[in-house]
Ligand binder design. Sequence first.
Ligand SMILES: *Cc1c(COP(=O)(O)O)cnc(C)c1O
Length: 502
Amino acid sequence: MPDVDPEEFRRLGHAVVDWIADYRAGVADRPVLPDVQPGWVREQLTPTLLSAGLPEEPQPLAGLLDEIDRVVVPATTHWQHPGFFGYFPANASLHSLLGDMLSTGLGVQGMLWATSPAATEVEQVLLDAMAAALGLDASFTFAGGGGGSIQDSASSAALVALLAALHRSNPDWRERGVDGTERVYATAETHSALAKAVRVVGLGKQALRIVEPSPGSLAMSPDALAAALRADSEAGLRPVLVCATVGTTGTGAIDPVREIAHAAAEHGAWVHVDAAWAGVAALCPELRHLLDGVELVDSFCTNAHKWLLTAFDASLFWVRDATALPAALSITPEFLRNAASESGFVVDYRDWQVPLGRRFRALKLWAVVHGHGLSGLRAHIRSHLALAEKLAGQVREDPTFELAAEPSLALVCLRVVTGDGPESDDRATRTVLERVNASGSAFLTHTTVGGRYVIRVAIGSLLTESSHVDALWESLHDEAAKVLANDPDDRRDPGHSGSTHV
Ligand SMILES: *Cc1c(COP(=O)(O)O)cnc(C)c1O
């Protein structure tokens, strides 16, 4: 059965591009959050896809677009909305979309160099160039003996870092697997992706050591880390990996990478730096301090798919030893053998990740850097930093609110102050968050700091400008004033909590 004729594709493609352009042009006018109950989408699709079954005959594209308007858009959280302040941003710029179209247009599988040389070498060159733009040490580049790859997620990056660390720690690991003496170090603020990776590799939770923060901070204490490493080594356990976070998900805390690297080096542990959200800010020379000490670690990850305008998925992941991942992961069945791989002159990215197949992700990152230029990317980041600084100043000056942690880059964590103690503050803060979210003009998520409920304002969406942050502040302020005036009803505990470490 032939695919769409290329001339017909031209027509259909224009219709889809028009649809996307209209959606983006109007996204700010929609409520950020959908107003649907669980099961609503299924109910809507039941007559068309479930009762009637999947279409037996080909259908025109227009009908699909109608269904997307009818069912998908009303049940969509509008992540590209300028009032989206939840989790961390997931910028999906239109330049990146164009790059993604080119990638899918080529339709290649980049698992081996030989399966499409451009897919591999463009990625290598781009990651070397991005390393330079971020100010990463040259030892992370292919030219310097290391190298970068684009993973699907920071979670996958943490997983493959752990696999490389297990192999380096015990060359017998490929044969015999883990032996239960392995230990992995993180803090309570480390992203849950690491805890998941520990389970995925078969170590179980018992292998994960939660290192205390330095007093008065949420960042890892290097002294506590050194003590834990020493105690474990003396007990015959094997420190395999330390994960340092630059910009934790909860509050943006920054672990002291340099000291962590020194402590880990004494025990031969691999150090992985997870800078999924914050790392891209190092494109701005005045923020290079974020990478202090990273030249000493084994691997570094930052997501282009959060704050750097590149549609999910594009997690930039560098290692300082280009042989580490293939040594741990390479398995070559006969059908993948080829002269280029055997020459040793090429990178086969399948050996840098868990799956075999891989998308040509580099094109969307290239399209972003090409289309915005580094100056445009820096302006994007700096504009959000300025908005966060202004918001933090407003919080400091308003007795109804307080900062729950030092603002970090474009993340501001705040809570309502009722004057009636922590429980009352928590209830009031939660009520304010729920009301702001119900307003439709903004979307916020929360976390807990020291057991206390906290609103996170993560500034960084594509279209967010000062007017949107001003409107958010007004809305926070007004809702808090109402809650404080209407005590005690609005401070009643709705009875749930939890954190949003996504
Ligand atoms: C968002 C985030 C992650 C997870 O990112 P994915 O790419 O979705 O896996 C990991 N670590 C930190 C610090 C994050 O902020």
